[in-house]
Design a protein around this ligand. Structure first.
Ligand code: FES
Length: 144
């Protein structure tokens, strides 16, 4: 499979890996087909994402997409982070092979799931902001 230099860079040297112990938004999404799991931690202060970390147990594309997604939302407002799409993630990585596009959906969903948790913790229904979350991606075919 042909991966861009950016994908290989983020796969070999992922940014913002880990957990945030006092995160106020935590999301997890999984893909039952390939078994990959992505967990996203957000530390939000005054509506700004001050810190973000992730853990991905999954394929290389899932690691690369979650890594770049954290870079794309760090320092952004909640509203800006809500606009993150898997398309923008794929573009930022200079593309992904077609069978790996769905792995980037997992990254978008992980960010949204963490933002939904942030709203829920404040007693706010997240659905009007985040939309319906597709918890599981059924499209991936597994493997790197
Ligand atoms: Fe499962 Fe990429 S996320 S194959």
């Amino acid at each position: 499979m042909n991966y861009s230099a950016k994908v290989m860079d983020h796969f070999s040297n992922p940014r913002n890996v880990g957990e945030i112990p006092d995160a106020n938004g935590v999301g997890q999404v999984g893909n039952p087909t390939c078994g990959d799991i992505m967990k996203m931690y957000l530390k939000i202060e005054n509506n700004v994402i001050e810190d973000v970390k992730f853990k991905t147990f999954g394929c290389g594309a899932a690691i690369a997409t979650s890594s770049i997604a954290t870079e794309m939302i760090k320092g952004k407002t909640v509203d800006e982070a809500l606009k993150l799409t898997n398309k923008a993630v794929v573009e930022a990585l200079d593309g992904l092979p077609p069978v790996k596009i769905h792995c980037s959906v997992l990254a978008e969903q992980a960010v949204k799931s963490a933002l939904a948790d942030y709203y829920t913790r404040q007693g706010i229904d997240p659905e009007p902001f985040v939309g319906k979350l597709e918890e599981d991606c059924h499209h991936c075919e597994g493997g790197f």
